[in-house]
Design a protein around this ligand. Structure first.
Ligand code: MN
Length: 251
């Protein structure tokens, strides 16, 4: 069992999209940040997993990003090969944004396959992308990924308060990033989430902070902003987040 940091959690970061993956892993270890290194294609899994196996704080997740499915759907065969070795699955999900909607049927096919296979394998923890598709993602989780077969974590959840309530009732978790706290409507939705389902993330390097790509250590600022929004003390909140992670990992 790896050490779960009492400090910070970055439950969704593309460490392999920074210029130097090995250095990014060392940085997480140096700072003691529990980091989920999500991948966008299963071809990236071996190297991410190799480095994660030698790391105290970094875990690799096996993914096939919905935005890449149109070009890479056949890589699902490679994803299948690595599934036995992967406890964490991501980035996976659906994207109905204008650029990706054309291939939505194919995305659904691939996502259904991933959910079914993960449920069959059992004990998997999923990091899910759900741009403009929360309702369909929830329907598909209900159909293909029963709650007793693993855990789903919504990454950058953009749904409504009602959808959030439905996800929470299904046992889902939510990893919160700083962009989600920017506008009032989303901040209100985040504040409506059950405290015992919250985690933090950066989605680095896709999010910018002070004109540079965000890094896992920047979750510190997300924790303090989230604490402010919730009316809690930062240390208190971080203790709760660490506890949530422990519960999730022990499930
Ligand atoms: Mn991402």
């Amino acid at each position: 069992m790896k050490i779960v940091s009492k400090k910070f959690i970055d439950f969704h970061c593309h460490l392999d999209l920074y210029p130097d993956l090995a250095a990014a892993v060392r940085e997480c270890d140096g700072a003691g940040i529990f980091t989920l290194a999500v991948t966008t294609t299963p071809l990236a899994w071996p190297r991410n997993n190799q480095l994660a196996l030698n790391s105290k704080h970094v875990h690799a997740a096996l993914g096939l990003h919905p935005q890449l499915v149109s070009e890479r759907a056949e890589e699902i065969a490679i994803w299948d090969q690595y599934l036995p070795d992967a406890r964490f699955i991501g980035e996976i999900g659906l994207d109905a944004g204008p650029r990706y909607y054309k291939h939505f049927e194919l995305q659904k096919k691939v996502f259904a396959h991933i959910l079914r296979a993960s449920a069959r394998a059992g004990g998997r923890i999923l990091s899910i992308h759900s741009v403009r598709t929360v309702r369909i993602v929830l329907d598909m989780l209900e159909t293909y990924f029963p709650g007793d077969r693993g855990k789903a974590v919504f990454h950058w959840f953009g749904g409504t308060v009602v959808e959030a309530r439905r996800a929470a009732a299904m046992g889902c978790y939510f990893s919160i990033n700083r962009e989600m706290l920017r506008n009032e409507k989303h901040r209100a939705m985040v504040c409506s989430l059950p405290l015992d389902r919250l985690l933090t993330e950066t989605d680095g390097p896709f999010v910018q902070i002070e004109g540079r790509p965000v890094r896992p250590s920047d979750v510190a600022s997300t924790v303090s902003e989230l604490a402010k929004a919730l009316g809690l003390d930062s240390d208190q909140l971080q203790e709760k987040l660490s506890h949530n992670l422990e519960v999730l990992l022990d499930s």
